[in-house]
Design a protein around this ligand. Structure first.
Ligand code: RB5
Length: 143
């Protein structure tokens, strides 16, 4: 189950991603926002990440204007590894190396077609499970 959320800048991109998810039979839960003039990205980052923390969803997708505010918020939450990716190489690498569980993108940075390719790469790449990557991920949680 994929959790998806966005602020006002990301609504159109979110809807295109939802269309991709539906076409591919991928289950999702939409945490908003809907079509509004303005909204606060931390609200949606926290809703998506809480759904991952409580295991309601396995992975998340977050969109704001740059992808920065929403990814910073997500990465403050325990157990969340949110990767801001604007290219497929990074989306693949962050799944292989970081076991990223949330993908963030900036709707003002890249086009919708590119974003869909990035989502496709992110969702279809498994974690490598290599010992050195497991060790580094565990180190992230240490004080
Ligand atoms: C909203 O104007 C914008 O600040 C937000 O979408 C995001 O880019 C913040 O990081």
């Amino acid at each position: 189950m994929i959790a998806i959320g966005n602020d006002h800048t990301g609504y159109e991109m979110k809807m295109a991603i939802i269309e991709y998810l539906e076409k591919n039979g991928i289950e999702y839960k939409d945490f908003g926002c809907g079509k509004v003039d303005a909204s606060d990205y931390p609200v949606y980052a926290k809703a998506v990440c809480k759904a991952i923390q409580n295991k309601e969803c396995d992975k998340g997708i977050l969109i704001c204007g740059t992808g920065i505010g929403i990814s910073i918020t997500a990465n403050k939450m325990k157990g969340i590894r949110c990767a801001l990716c604007h290219d497929c190489f990074s989306a693949e690498a962050t799944r292989l190396h970081n076991d990223a569980n949330v993908l963030a993108m900036g709707a003002r940075v890249i086009g919708i077609g590119h974003a869909i390719k990035i989502v496709d790469t992110f969702l279809n790449t498994e974690f490598s499970n290599q010992e050195r990557h497991i060790r580094r991920i565990e180190m992230m949680e240490e004080d």
